[in-house]
Design a protein around this ligand. Structure first.
Ligand code: ZN
Length: 474
């Protein structure tokens, strides 16, 4: 779908700073993801009387890091507020957040949108604490009961708010991928953990009121929820009904959005400065953090293109995750870089994806070895793919796998013999080919590959089969 000009999307992204050791205002461990419910709690994050918050310095530093990477202005002074509302997952009756004087403002991120490069403006990035988690028995509107888990309560969150600069669900997805990649490089969060990044999306059609879709927990969900909302709002408009400004919940199971309440306004929350935390001067922290920023994905992509001559799409694919980029550089220092780029981006990443595994499942040394065998013509492309699969599934070194599976390239005589056999055997396919059916050739080449157990080079086999058919004709 091309970007629709009348679609307006803005995002609020809640990023859990889950690489930090402790929560935002207490000493509870952030590593709760595999723990029983309500086991990572204390008087502070449970909001018990008499408990006082102590700000996590590292959370502030991480927030500044992200702010700088998003090209934001870091405010000299920042302030925490109480955002008052009642909900069972918020035991204090208010959330400590920021309002005026957020940590970072006025940034921008460049994305490759559907109609070329697009600038997505960042309104602000501010720190806050995560509420607990409600677990509904069934769907949100029909649940018989709901349970609450306070392990997440008080987790350090960074809320990144964009201007309404996206023009389609796809662009929202592209922006989120980019943001995730930047966060990955900054090592402030682990995107693989549940709830690491949650998105509220504001969406409207030009001239109409907007709806806010809350708490979408996957990027695929964002695209789906927005597409659903666009269709719903278009239908309302067609029937002459206005879109009501409201908050809607995305029901992932059913793939629809459901109205929860009319949209609240900022003043409904009775924001007031948090009296238990003093105003914070952060300006002095900025220079050192700026100096420690790593090379970010865009810069690294450009460098891969220039330094290694890697194709643009490969450079992009290799730099979206920092671990993959490091893996590539480790291999490229010992193997032909373009060959390494193609095998890592096109083959290895696909095989890892298929197995839902990360790059740490494969060793750069093994990749170097596989590329060496390929370069020296000792294994075919097909065999190299088999070696990668076998190592991922059963382990072993490339040399062991080549030996055990008999993948060393078949000698010329063996291939030629297989070609002759296949051509004389596949009478029907040969006659089809002679009648002009090019595809019949694939079948014959397939027989050659089968007879050589995949050890022939398919291109070479193809050439030899054509030669053999022509020879046997004359
Ligand atoms: Zn706690």
């Amino acid at each position: 779908m091309a970007a629709d000009n009348d679609v307006i999307v803005g995002l609020e992204v809640h990023v859990q700073l889950n690489r930090l050791k402790s929560k935002m205002f207490c000493g509870c461990s952030t590593a709760y993801h595999d723990s029983p419910p309500n086991s990572h709690t204390c008087p502070v994050c449970l909001g018990l009387p008499g408990s006082l918050p102590v700000l996590n310095r590292r959370a502030v530093e991480s927030g500044i890091k992200v702010g700088l990477a998003l090209n934001c202005r870091i405010e000299e002074n920042t302030l925490f507020y109480r955002k008052n509302y009642y909900y069972p997952d918020l035991p204090k009756g208010f959330q400590i957040s920021q309002y005026d004087f957020p940590l970072a403002t006025k940034g921008q991120v460049l994305i490759k949108g559907e109609d070329g490069e697009r600038k997505i403006r960042i309104t602000r990035a501010h720190l806050e604490e995560d509420p607990g988690r409600l677990v509904h028995a069934g769907t949100i509107d029909k649940a018989k009961y709901t349970m609450v888990d306070y392990n997440r309560c008080g987790m350090p969150l960074l809320e990144v708010v964009t201007e309404p600069d996206m023009r389609s669900p796809k662009e929202a997805r592209i922006f989120l991928d980019k943001l995730k990649s930047i966060l990955d490089y900054l090592d402030v969060f682990d995107g693989a953990l549940e709830g690491a990044m949650r998105v509220d999306a504001n969406i409207s059609l030009k001239g109409g009121d907007r709806a806010e879709v809350k708490n979408i927990s996957s990027f695929k969900g964002v695209e789906k929820a927005l597409s659903y909302e666009i269709t719903r709002q278009r239908n309302m408009r067609r029937r002459g009904m206005g879109v009501i400004q409201e908050t809607r919940h995305y029901d992932e199971l059913r793939g629809i959005t459901v109205s929860i309440r009319s949209k609240e306004q900022a003043h409904d929350y009775r924001y007031f400065p948090e009296p238990d935390l003093v105003p914070l001067r952060v300006a002095d922290l900025v220079p050192a953090i700026r100096a420690s920023l790593p090379e970010l994905p865009d810069a690294r992509r450009d460098r891969f293109r220039e330094e290694y001559g890697v194709a643009d799409d490969h450079a992009k694919s290799l730099t979206s995750e920092i671990k993959v980029a490091d893996f590539f550089e480790s291999v490229a220092s010992r193997a032909p870089p373009k060959l390494a780029a193609a095998w890592i981006a096109d083959v290895l990443k696909g095989e890892l994806n298929y197995r839902d595994a990360g790059i740490d499942r494969f060793s750069p040394d093994d990749m170097v070895e596989i590329l060496r065998l390929l370069s020296e013509g000792r294994i075919s492309d097909a065999a190299a793919v088999s070696v990668i699969r076998e190592i991922l599934d059963h382990g072993g070194s490339p040399a062991q796998v080549v030996e055990a599976l008999g993948l060393a390239k078949a000698g010329d005589d063996v291939v030629l013999q297989a070609v002759r056999f296949a051509v004389s055997d596949c009478v029907e396919a040969v006659s089809d080919y002679r009648k002009g059916n090019e595809r019949a050739l694939n079948f014959i080449v397939g027989q050659v590959m089968k007879r050589t157990k995949g050890r022939a080079d398919p291109g070479e086999a193809h050439r030899l089969v054509v030669e053999e058919i022509e020879r046997s004709q004359g």
